[in-house]
Design a protein around this ligand. Structure first.
Ligand SMILES: [Ca+2]
Length: 595
């Protein structure tokens, strides 16, 4: 079961070879058994001293200056290369709301760029909308959307987490949203067209950014003083890709639960589905049946066993595992969860469950027993419907089509394609070979167009004074917070052991994918990002609230009834952990310190 470091390196070499040297850019996972390894490649200094070099002072870019929208209707006549504007509408205050409050008056401009016919005969374009506040704060926000894109979601601009109490648009940002170059009606089949793959991966951003800045200049008489980029999930991936590819175009990056190695994460979720299917009641290829392989009672059993070992490690037995790193050493699935002596009844796991589920948490394996994606940390958020949805349903119905049509070379046949059959009957080695392949039509492999090139080289971004804030729920079932943590460890190593002067990483204990779970997931990370970029004020922590009964941003049903509904916690900049000070109300962030 153990994957050695040498084996991990061999896997990387194999995948690199399969890429044909064509721009592969993913980073290797940490070796098994060291999920919190620093990843440092710097040998320790001789002589026993471990002095950390002083972190250099970086530029502060200065505050944006606002302006007033001149005339919404005239923006229908805005011209830009390869761009068609279809509508420019004045939107009155209150037409949109956030947390029950009216969003301020703004102008909605919709259009599309680069219309063309794909190699599959379908029509393609980069569709977008921009929302331009009447009272503008001088800033631009690129809203990166989730999933496989395809929809122009309302351009309000997320500020982080779940149940947001505000949005970038209402704060005065000019916001763009796009479909990333394809229509939702195509589903994953847009991937049959090679250019649509590239637009989804990174090229739509390059097309939209100069147009958006020109439209802003046309609307307000000047371009944006400061530009921001943010999103969660695939939107977090877009943001990390932009950090690597477009560091000159944006000043601040807000990264949520990033799928920055999305094709590998999806392949790992497929391996997960095959394992849950092997543990399930029947051979039915349904989410309901996969869910019988690890039932709600069993998932809650494991979450509770994790809490029993880990909850108090942060000084507070409060239902939150805040010392995620210490927990991985403290918890042992084999030892700490009862093994069934008879039939499964929710109070134990079978030996087969322990073996398969334990391996999935340690990191999915290829057919040669080598790990190709990250471990997942043990945490308290396994019992939720959100966790189950990614493992048992999206593995069958979302990852399947994305792998088969957007990332594989050649793509699968569209005729008679069935997602669950693909997920549960495909050979993982065949999938891994195809998502790292190219041919004469698909000349860039999925790891090249989906993942950030050289993700730990952010020197350009750093030197010019741009900043990045990254958050990740430790109970995210699809993109592992261990993977993001390992990236950040490597970023630290690449910057003399400390990247905190330009990039910070905040774990969200208990949070599932982007929101939900037994957690405090309501927070504003955009305001501290602006303060960092424009005033040089870096946030050691960001206060987050639980969304219990009565929360105006939307109640999170996963918040335990034993918590105060408005519990707050500091989200600490990694590697620090929120620890209870030992006195004071355990429901309040002020009684915890980042240590
Ligand atoms: Ca705790």
């Amino acid at each position: 079961m153990k994957t050695t470091s040498a084996a991990s390196l061999a896997l990387v070499a194999t995948l690199l070879a399969a890429c044909g040297g064509g721009g592969s850019s993913f980073i290797p996972t940490q070796s098994a058994g060291t999920p919190t390894s620093s990843g440092s490649s710097t040998p320790p200094a001789s002589g026993g001293t471990t002095t950390t070099p002083a972190v250099e002072t970086l530029p502060v870019l200065g505050a944006a200056v606002g302006a007033t929208l001149k005339d919404c209707a005239s923006l229908a006549g805005f011209t830009f290369a390869n761009t068609t504007i279809t509508v420019a509408n004045s939107i009155t205050a209150g037409t949109l709301t956030v947390a029950g409050k009216p969003v301020a008056a703004h102008c909605q401009v919709s259009g599309s760029m680069y219309p063309r016919t794909g190699t599959d005969g379908q029509s393609y374009a980069v569709g977008f909308e921009m929302r331009l506040p009447t009272n503008w704060n001088g800033r631009f926000f690129y809203q990166a959307n989730g999933g496989i894109d395809g929809s122009v979601s309302t351009a309000t601009g997320g500020i982080g987490g779940g149940g947001a109490l505000d949005n970038a648009l209402d704060m005065g940002f000019a916001v763009i949203s796009s479909d990333a170059g394809h229509r939702a009606a195509l589903g994953p089949f847009f991937g049959l067209d090679p250019q649509a793959r590239l637009d989804y991966g990174y090229q739509a951003v390059a097309k939209l950014t100069p147009m958006a800045k020109a439209l802003i200049a046309s609307a307000y008489g000047k371009g944006p003083d400061r530009s921001y980029f943010g999103g969660c999930s695939n939107g977090g991936r877009h943001t990390m890709v932009a950090m690597s590819r477009y560091p000159d175009d944006y000043d601040g990056f807000l990264v949520g639960d990033p799928g920055f190695r999305l094709p590998l994460a999806a392949a790992a979720n497929i391996v997960g589905a095959q394992n849950y299917h092997a543990l399930a009641d029947t051979t039915a290829m349904t989410a309901a049946n996969l869910g019988t392989g690890f039932t709600p009672a069993e998932r809650t059993l494991v979450s509770n066993a994790v809490l029993a070992k880990c909850d108090a490690l942060d000084g507070a037995a409060d239902g939150l595992v805040q010392d995620t790193g210490a927990c991985q050493a403290a918890f042992n699935l084999d030892r700490d969860v009862p093994t069934c002596s008879g039939s499964r009844d929710g109070t134990c796991l079978s030996a087969a469950q322990k073996q398969r589920i334990g391996q999935l948490f340690a990191g999915a394996l290829d057919g040669n027993g080598k790990k190709f994606y990250s471990s997942f940390p043990w945490d308290a958020g396994l019992g939720t419907t959100g966790w189950a949805g990614w493992k048992f349903s999206n593995s069958l119905n979302l990852d399947s089509g994305a792998v088969a049509f957007i990332w594989q070379v050649p793509p699968a046949s569209q005729t008679g394609f069935d997602g669950p059959t693909f997920t549960l009957t495909s050979n993982i080695d065949t999938i891994l070979a195809k998502i790292t392949s190219t041919d004469s039509l698909y000349t860039e492999n999925s790891l090249s167009f989906m993942t950030p090139p050289n993700p730990t080289d952010l020197s350009k971004l750093k030197k010019r004074g741009a900043k990045a804030m990254v958050y990740h729920g430790t109970s995210d079932p699809i993109f592992s917070s261990d993977d993001t943590q390992h990236w950040y460890d490597q970023l630290m190593a690449a910057n003399g052991g400390d990247a905190s002067n330009f990039a910070r990483f905040y774990r969200v204990p208990g949070m599932n994918h982007c929101s939900g779970g037994p957690t405090t997931d309501q927070f504003d990370m955009l305001t501290p990002l602006v303060n960092w970029v424009e005033k040089g004020q870096a946030a050691d922590s960001v206060v987050a609230s639980a969304r219990g009964t009565g929360n105006v941003g939307g109640v999170n049903a996963d918040v335990p009834a034993t918590w105060a509904p408005d519990r707050t916690r500091p989200l600490c900049a990694y590697p620090k952990v929120a620890r209870y000070k030992g006195s004071g109300d355990i429901e309040k962030a002020e009684n915890f310190a980042c240590q």
